[in-house]
Structures are given as C-alpha cells and as structure tokens.
Design a binder for this molecule. Structure first.
Ligand code: NOJ
Length: 527
C-alpha cells in the first residue's frame, strides 16, 4: 500500500475544461501546470486527470486511439512529463486514467484485428466466427470488417471490447481467460502502465475495472485474478504506484488488488442517500438536504458492512462528484454543500474533489458534446475570475469547448477566495484539518457514536476526534454515551474533556449532551 495515499486528498481534473493556456478554447496540459499552485493552495496533494490520450473523442477520450500519446489538443508527451515533474516539486501525485476494457475503433490494434488474415491482434478483441453470428446479451457490430465475424462492444458503438476471455465458454469462438491471446491483452495493459509510470506518473484511476472477463464472471473471480496479477507487478516494480477502481464494489475491488474503490452514485446506495436521493417520488430525501427529512441509517446500512469488510484491504473513496454525475449544486445550496464536504472529508478512505465543486459550480442544462449527453452539464469550463470567459481561456466565447454559467451569481474562485465564509474557504479549512490530524487519515479508526433512524444529528469518532453533523434546518440534540468521551486505548474508563477544533454553525457539549443549531457541524478533540 503506497503510504502517500493515507494523507491524499485528490482533485479530479477534466482536461478539456480546466485551463486553456494557448487560447484555442479547450483546456490543456500546460494550463493544468499553470494551476498547480492553486491545487496545492487548496490543500489537494493528488490529481486524477481524465483521459488525455490521442482519441477521436466520441466518448470524450474514453475511446483511446493511442495509449502512449497525449492528444495534440492537450499538448505533447513532453508537456505531460513536465506536468509530472512540476506536480512532484509541489508534493502532488498524479494519476492518469487507464481504460482497460475497450479502445477506440480507430486504435491500430483494432485496425489489424479487423483484417481477414490472421495476425497478432486477431484475438485482441472479442469476435464471433461468422459474419451474421451475434453475441447474446451483448451489443455487437457486424458488417464492418473484412474478417468473417461480428465484434463485441464494451460501451458505445465506438468502443470495441478488448479480449480477456470468457469464464464459462459456451461458444467455440470464446477464449478462456488463460488463453495466450487473453494473457497478451493483459500484458499489453501492463506495458501501457509501465510506459507512463516510467515517465513519472504515480498510478491510475481505472475505468470500468470490473468489465474485463465476460460470462459468467458473476463474483468477478476471473477479472479479479487479472487485477491481482497486475497488482503483483506494481508491488514488485512500482511499490509507490496507486490504482483506484471505478467498480463501486469495494468487497470485490479491494480484495482483488485495488488500493481504493470509488463509492459511486448508484440509485439507492449509501452514497446516493447522502446527497443525491432526488429522483424518488415524494421529493428529495438526501440526508444532507436541509429539508429532506433524511435518514442516516439508509447510508450506514449500506456503508458499514462495506467498510468493515474492507478496512484492512484498502480505501473507499467518497467523491464530491465526477464527470459522469450531476454536480451536487443542482439540488444543494452552499450551506448544504459545506456540510456535505465536511462529511466526505472527515470519513475514512481517500476523498476526491471534482474541479469546481470547491466553489459550488452549477450543473448546466446544455446539449451533448463528445458523447457526454446528460453528463455534459457537469463538464463546463472552470470559473476562475472575472476576466475573459471567467479566466478559463482568451478564445472567442463562441469557440469555447463548452458554454459557461452566465448567471449573475455564477461562483468564481476570485470572489470566494476573498470571502471568509465562502464554500471555497470552508473546503480549504476542512482539507487543512485532514492534513493536520492523524486521526483524519484514510486508515484511522472510525466508529459510529450516535445514529438513529430518521433522527439528527449523526455523531462519529475518528480516533480521538468526536465529530457531529446536523444537516437539517431544525435544531437537534443527542445524549451521548460515556464511551464517546473515552480516549482510544484508554482502559481506565475515564471520560475526558473535549475542545472544539472546528465548527460550521453553532454546537455545544454540556456534560454528555450535545446540542446543535440547524445546519451545523462540529469537530471536538478529546483532551
Ligand atoms: C466510465 C467513464 O467514467 C465514462 O465517462 C465513460 O463514458 C465510460 N466509463 C466508458 O469508458
């Protein structure tokens, strides 16, 4: 386990829309370099950069045409190597995005694979062996290749599935996961990883990590075997490199080699009930919605078994949002967001902040771009200041990659940095606390102190910190048990005093009783 992950607070950068350094309307690597001091000042010490490789951009770069080449619109490989270097000078680690399940249909491997003559890449993708034989239960394409077969898709039409085999073969064209061609796919993936790690990258966020072996890898034993093999390679050759999975099943992902796994927004799961439970009939019941009458137990019932089962294997990653998810500002106001970030930044695991969430950027209702569809509104250019195009780019406004928030009160870093009570300054203060207290590190202990069905507040311990949150618009109170005030490892049973170290709104502890004003958060240290 790379030690640096314990204190990591990630910042996700969508390269298209973070900072444009050459005024062509689209963000680039040099723009990211210009803003590294900003990231550092915010307190983030790690980056995840969405795919920045050569691509026809039919899925915003998740359709990779050349894994080892930076897309010209973002700059050159040398720019990216310089980014690694500049980031490291500031103690910032950099994860690239690895797309193992599919390539672009324009990838050279696929051009070769389509040929009628057998070659090294014929089995790199999943093909049937007759031109009108399809693949039951999967999207596939026929009629586009010289070879006599149809090929499987992994996501969009532009993304043919790489071949890692089938666990239970039912057709003669299916290969088993230990077939040399499937092993070759895995080894090709390692080769890509080594390439970037050798150039200074610190690891990868792994796209659709659970999507490798097909049928019937229900419990993901075969896909997991591949990742364990890759993890062995990392442990031997690059022990400081980290891999974070898009899997959202920590029991599977963390047991199979990943260091961290995202807790994604899936309807009804624990994460969803905290900030995005806004699609159910009868209103928004998110715990962090001030008038949502939420229920912390809906979160804990899902989260605690996952946390307990995996806390010795790796980390669960809470995200403020990502490039696939509506920004939380769609339904939450600044005060609600402050409390949401306070929760995510004080829970165990490795947190990820999506660019612009530190100022509460809006989700915009705009047309699709590069396969974004409803995700597009979350991918708009960063709002830095009040210069041209909010300081994102000096290009003509019409030629920006995506439009920006033109409302009068559109948030900017410039405005919020000046305002001590802003979401930006609160986020910064919370990140600073996370770095200051060992008890807030990814692997420090976590236990629930007070959580009752449909009640507020929610109170928990991280090491010797006692943390309480009342997101509701009503005041709340709780009588805490004596254990809440006993220091970790103290067997004498004596309760100690507490000191308030951080608060949002007003809270008070008198004896064992905690009272909290509406929409408040407090962190106490056991003395
Ligand atoms: C998940 C990525 O986050 C998403 O943006 C992409 O469209 C799909 N995987 C396909 O790669």
């Amino acid at each position: 386990m790379p030690n640096w992950l314990k204190d990591a607070v990630f910042y996700e950068i969508y390269p298209q829309t973070f900072k444009d350094s050459n005024n062509d309307g689209i963000g680039d690597i040099n723009g990211i370099i210009e803003k590294l001091d900003y990231v550092k000042d915010l307190g983030c010490n790690a980056l995840w950069i969405n795919p920045c490789y050569d691509s026809p951009f039919k899925d915003a770069g998740y359709d990779v045409r050349d894994y080892k080449k930076v897309a010209p619109r973002y700059g050159t490989n040398d720019d990216l190597y310089r980014l690694f270097d500049e980031a490291h000078k500031r103690d910032i680690h950099v994860l690239l995005d690895l797309v193992p399940g599919h390539t672009s249909e324009e990838h050279e491997w696929f051009t070769e694979s389509k040929k009628a003559e057998k070659n090294e890449y014929s089995d790199r993708y999943i093909w049937t062996n007759f031109w009108i034989q399809g693949i039951a239960g999967h999207p596939y394409i026929g009629g586009e290749a010289d070879r006599n077969g149809c090929y499987m898709l992994n996501f969009f039409k532009c993304q043919p599935a790489l071949n890692y085999g089938f666990l239970n073969k039912t057709e003669d064209w299916q290969l088993s996961p230990d077939h040399p061609a499937c092993i070759a796919t895995r080894e090709a993936l390692k080769d890509i990883m080594r390439f970037w790690l050798d150039h200074g990258c610190d690891g990868f966020r792994v796209d659709m990590a659970d999507s490798l072996v097909k049928e019937d890898d229900e419990n993901k034993s075969a896909t997991g075997k591949i990742w364990r093999n890759i993890r062995e390679m990392l442990d031997t050759e690059y022990p400081e490199a980290a891999i974070v999975s898009e899997w959202s099943n920590p029991k599977q992902a963390l047991k199979n080699g990943f260091h961290a796994d995202f807790y994604l927004d899936h309807h009804g799961n624990g994460y969803n009930t905290l900030i995005r439970d806004n699609e159910t009939a009868g209103g928004d019941h998110s715990f962090l919605k001030k008038d949502g009458n939420g229920d912390i137990m809906r979160f804990l019932i899902d989260y605690l078994p996952k946390y307990d089962a995996t806390k010795n294997d790796g980390y669960i990653s809470f995200i403020t949002c990502n490039h696939d998810t509506p920004r939380a500002r769609l339904t939450l106001g600044y005060d609600e967001l402050k409390l949401a970030w306070a929760l995510f930044l004080t829970l165990p695991g490795v947190p990820f902040i999506y660019y612009g969430d530190e100022i509460g950027m809006r989700y915009l209702d705009i047309p699709t771009k590069e396969g974004g569809y409803t995700r597009t509104g979350t991918r708009t250019p960063m709002q830095w200041d009040h210069s041209n195009n909010y300081g994102f780019s000096n290009a003509e406004t019409e030629s920006l990659y995506l439009p920006q928030d033109l409302s009068e009160d559109a948030p900017t870093v410039e405005d919020q940095a000046k305002d001590p009570s802003s979401l930006y300054n609160e986020t910064k203060a919370l990140i600073a606390l996370r770095h200051k207290y060992d008890d807030l590190k990814a692997d420090s202990s976590f236990s629930v102190i007070y959580a009752e069905k449909e009640q507020f507040p929610f109170v928990y311990r991280r090491g010797n910190l006692l943390i309480a949150i009342n997101p509701s618009d009503k005041k709340s109170a709780a009588a805490l048990t004596p254990e809440a005030f006993i220091k970790e490892g103290d067997n004498s049973g004596s309760q100690c005093k507490v000191a308030l170290v951080h608060a949002i709104g007003e809270c008070n502890i008198d004896g064992n009783s905690l009272t909290m004003k509406p929409q408040s958060f407090a962190m106490f240290e056991l003395l």
